[in-house]
Design a protein around this ligand. Structure first.
Ligand SMILES: NC(=O)c1ccc[n+]([C@@H]2O[C@H](COP(=O)([O-])OP(=O)(O)OC[C@H]3O[C@@H](n4cnc5c(N)ncnc54)[C@H](O)[C@@H]3O)[C@@H](O)[C@H]2O)c1
Length: 328
């Protein structure tokens, strides 16, 4: 199968592209290496892709280009079976500072890709959405029919993406699936996220810093589970036209997360607190029943198990990853 992964140099797209290559698919990555965080992490990912392609004996192509560029997108979509769309300006806080940029990349970029996918007659477009579409919880865990009232420009852009996907399915019979990821973590994760921050600070004997009182609770998703969901959707039409939560269905408070990391790495450190950040969600918690029913999705780890695994990976990869993650 020929798969296009947009944003394939990034954290999640990088894992997806590598898994697809190892599964024996030909993969094209489209990524403009947006300087949102250190490019070195992305270059490392691309090296892994090349190695995976060599080992699996499949074709790999990296196109350094923009998902908003019609000509490039038309060219890379041609001949592709499935499009896996991860390219985005991620991050709630960045979206508060630069709402126009988020709209251009996340909304205009998605429409350009959907249009090209329609023209090329691809079998399916799988789109990375986000738990940020929900906004303030009226009930938890979030089921997919929970009201969507995003509280950040990022959440609005992800919701707009979902609506465009639905409209392309309804108007043009283009099969689309939107996956609402709940904060994803794991090897090569983006800097400036709670888990990477806590681990990196504690490893270096610096106290973990919590923004707010730490009582916010989060559902964190291990990246391998995100890979499994996308992998199933390459060949399954069971969720065409649907949006689905992809989470761990487990939660942890930020306080407990900081304590878990601190206790494992530097028990002598006292946790520090700074004021809460604008537009951050108070609580997230995914119901994954729908994804379970439609594609057999099942989270593989509890958050505590996943965090332990991440700490181990961090320590093994500290030499190259740390300067990049801390320089961000
Ligand atoms: N990481 C999470 O916790 C999380 C949670 C919910 C949803 N998501 C979504 O998952 C997807 C992947 O997120 P991530 O954490 O891997 O982020 P990331 O920033 O690591 O990856 C995004 C990639 O997209 C690329 N990109 C950005 N603008 C582009 C453009 N105009 N053209 C081409 N490429 C472009 C970037 O260079 C980057 O490599 C995003 O759509 C994000 O909104 C992520």
């Amino acid at each position: 199968m020929k798969v296009l992964v947009t944003g394939g140099a990034g954290f999640i797209g990088g894992h997806l592209a590598e898994a697809f290559l190892r599964d024996g698919h030909d993969v094209t990555v489209l990524d403009n290496f947006e300087p949102f965080y250190d490019e070195g992490i992305k270059r490392h990912t691309i090296d892994r892709h090349r190695e995976a392609a060599r080992e699996a004996g499949v074709d790999y192509r990296l196109v350094e280009g923009d998902v908003r560029d019609r000509e490039t997108v038309g060219e890379v979509v041609s001949g592709v079976d499935v499009v896996v769309h991860q390219a985005a300006q991620a991050g709630v806080r960045a979206s508060v500072e630069h709402p126009e940029k988020v709209t251009e990349i996340n909304v205009d970029g998605t429409v350009t890709l959907l249009e090209a996918s329609k023209e090329a007659g691809v079998n399916r477009v799988i789109i990375a959405s986000s738990s940020s579409v929900y906004g303030k919880p009226q009930s938890l865990p979030y089921t997919e029919d929970h009201p969507t009232e995003p509280v950040s420009p990022y959440g609005v852009s992800k919701l707009a993406q979902e609506h465009y996907a639905r409209v392309y399915t309804e108007l043009h019979d283009l099969p689309t699936v939107c996956l609402r990821y709940f904060t994803v973590y794991g090897p090569r994760m983006r800097p400036n996220m709670a888990i990477s921050n806590f681990v990196s600070r504690c490893v270096n004997g610096e106290p973990p810093v919590i923004y707010g009182d730490g009582q916010q609770t989060r559902d964190f998703t291990y990246v391998a589970d995100v890979v499994d969901a996308n992998r199933t959707l390459l060949t399954s039409g069971a969720a065409d036209g649907e949006v689905m939560n992809i989470g761990s269905s487990d939660t942890i408070s930020i306080q407990e997360l900081a304590e878990t990391v601190r206790d494992q790495l530097a028990p002598e450190l006292a946790i520090e607190y700074e004021s809460a950040r604008e537009a951050d969600a108070e609580h997230t918690h995914a119901s994954v029943e729908k994804a379970g029913e439609l594609i057999g999705y099942e989270p593989s780890r509890s958050i505590r198990e996943g965090v332990e695994e991440f700490i181990q990976w961090y320590e093994e990869n500290q030499e190259w990853y740390e300067p990049l993650v801390r320089g961000a």
